[in-house]
Design a protein around this ligand. Structure first.
Ligand code: TMP
Length: 210
């Protein structure tokens, strides 16, 4: 397989969407085919599951339900989109992947990490990202950016600051534990500085597959 699998992660307001497009365009400019996708979602069924997961509602969702729905969408995504693309030799750039489950359902909700690992082993079957960019910034700054969007907050965005502090800390711990795969990017910098860092990280990967 010549293609690479890249994901981007971070708390709300980290500016992932802008950078996702930049990453995809940069890889394409090196002559590669790129599939841009997202989680939860990326397939018709996955997008339906996304709606259920993100819809703001007064009805509480059990933590295990949330966890299993994330993995249900992911199973579909891996089988239908990610593996076929990588087999073709395409690159895959996904807005979130399994690190989000460790951070949000593990760190945020407090679900035991071992349980998430078991589901990850079962669902991923060895398919994980080659590189994950963690767009990191202080929670308060992320929240200010979300407030400025002037659109209705989804079920996760409605969580309190403490929730996102736990999510962020979990992401940072994972980046520290797996420095080769998870690259922390300081998302409080200006766009040009962020994109410089991204290029610097992507170039060796692009050159390794020439
Ligand atoms: P986003 O596309 O705006 O990042 O929204 C997706 C939301 O879903 C975000 O709040 C993070 C959350 N999420 C989880 O809680 N667990 C997961 O495994 C994934 C992929 C996303």
């Amino acid at each position: 397989m010549n293609g690479k699998f890249i994901s981007i992660e971070g708390i709300e307001g980290a500016g992932k969407s802008t950078q996702l497009q930049f990453i995809a365009d940069y890889i394409r400019s090196h002559g590669k085919q790129v599939v841009v996708t997202r989680e939860p979602g990326g397939t018709p069924l996955g997008e339906e599951i996304r709606e259920v997961l993100l819809k703001p509602t007064d009805q509480a969702m059990a933590e295990d339900t949330e966890l299993l729905l994330m993995f249900a969408a992911r199973a579909e995504h891996i089988q239908q989109v990610i593996l076929p693309a990588l087999k073709r030799g395409d690159w895959v750039v996904s807005d979130r992947f399994v690190d989000a489950t460790f951070a949000y359902q593990g760190g945020g909700r407090g679900i035991n990490e071992q349980r998430i690992k078991q589901l990850a082993e079962w669902t991923l079957q060895g398919c994980n990202t080659d590189v994950t960019f963690l767009f990191d910034l202080p929670v308060a700054l992320g929240q200010t950016r979300v407030e400025q969007r002037q659109q209705q907050k989804d079920r996760f965005e409605q969580e309190k600051q403490e929730f996102f502090e736990r999510v962020r800390n979990c992401y940072l711990a994972r980046a520290e534990a797996e420095p080769k795969r998870i690259k922390r990017i300081d998302a409080s910098q200006n766009i040009e500085a962020i994109q410089q860092q991204l290029k610097h990280q992507l170039l060796p990967l692009l050159e390794s597959t020439r």
